[in-house]
Design a protein around this ligand. Structure first.
Ligand SMILES: Cc1cc2nc3c(=O)[nH]c(=O)nc-3n(C[C@H](O)[C@H](O)[C@H](O)COP(=O)(O)OP(=O)(O)OC[C@H]3O[C@@H](n4cnc5c(N)ncnc54)[C@H](O)[C@@H]3O)c2cc1C
Length: 284
């Protein structure tokens, strides 16, 4: 199908984009890589009258690393996340997770901003950003505000971002310790049946800090705070990792769909969480 008619704008700075989205209200929408938005426009699941392309706005691009602080512009593509050698040095889990997204064609255009702003529970980056305890910087006609990734997602396709706000950048501190992002999917290019990210810091076998987040196991990403509390200060062994895995699976709340029934998804959740915990521990 072809989308219904719309007018197209390509502002060359952020303020112009903010003014346009404020003027158009519900009838306007920004477009980044278009890999999520264009399919829903073509299926006429959404009726957009004014499309604002963010691709000419340099303020939204690039990866800045200062010591342990990392800031990534919303229009940074997934392929840039994979190929940036400096980013790999300070946050290798980003490359590991990004390489598991879709296929090279999608990753060439798909952006980190579009992936996290979309609010699709199947997208990998919202969970990854909760894993990293990232902060989103958002700008709109009422000014700039910051929202933690762990507080951003309210339901499938519902986020704390207002319609007239633009996600500008994503920032976080370089994670310390071992890491892993494990994803089970039906085939290359598919979204996750279940995925899990883990970061673990271990001193003499004792966990000193941890983070665990899940993808596509609820209508929002899940930060597993109970499981994290079970790890901190404890000697890590197989039995603790099994208990932690069980806690993550209990926190999951998947729905049955073409990727399988609820029981299967919970089973897969247990596998990906346990694999991620073990791999992060081995790397710590
Ligand atoms: C075949 C296929 C397979 C895929 N598989 C995966 C997968 O396995 N894992 C995964 O994570 N993703 C997957 N994706 C999604 C893809 O990786 C993109 O990240 C995703 O489409 C969103 O990024 P985009 O830049 O294309 O955003 P767009 O499609 O341009 O935008 C998506 C939404 O976000 C809004 N938006 C975009 N940028 C901003 C901004 N800066 N501020 C505010 N709102 C904004 C738009 O208005 C729109 O509502 C897949 C896509 C396809 C087509």
């Amino acid at each position: 199908m072809i989308p219904s008619a719309f007018s197209f704008y390509k502002p060359d700075n952020l303020q112009k984009a903010i003014n346009l989205i404020a003027d158009f209200g519900d009838e306007g929408r920004v477009i980044a890589g278009g890999h999520s938005l264009i399919p829903v426009m073509k299926q006429r699941l959404t009726d957009i009258k004014h499309l604002i392309d963010l691709s000419a706005i340099n303020e939204l691009k690039g990866i800045k690393i200062k010591g342990s602080s990392i800031s990534i512009g919303a229009m940074t593509t997934q392929v840039e996340l994979i190929t940036n050698a400096e980013l790999f040095k300070v946050a290798p889990v980003i490359r590991e997770a990004s390489l598991q997204i879709a296929d090279p064609q999608v990753r060439n255009l798909g952006t980190i901003g579009g992936n996290v702003a979309n609010g699709d529970p199947a997208n990998d980056m919202p969970g990854l950003m909760q894993l990293l305890d990232a902060t989103y910087t958002i700008n709109g006609k009422n000014g700039v505000r910051e929202i933690k990734a762990r507080e951003f997602y309210e339901g499938a396709y519902f986020t704390a971002r207002e319609d007239d706000e633009i996600l500008v950048s994503i920032s976080f501190n370089s994670p310390i310790g071992g890491y892993a992002y494990e994803k089970q999917k039906r085939k290359i290019g598919d979204y996750a049946t279940a995925a899990a990210g883990v970061i673990l810091s271990v001193d003499n076998g004792v966990c000193s800090s941890a983070s665990i987040a899940l993808t596509n196991l609820s209508d929002t990403p899940i930060y597993c705070s109970d499981a994290v509390s079970m790890l901190i200060g404890k000697q890590i062994d197989d039995s603790l990792l099994s208990e932690v895995t069980k806690s993550c699976v209990e926190q999951s709340d998947p729905v049955a769909d073409q990727r399988g029934p609820v029981e299967f998804k919970k089973y897969v959740a247990g596998i990906v969480v346990n694999k991620a915990l073990n791999r992060a521990f081995d790397r710590s």
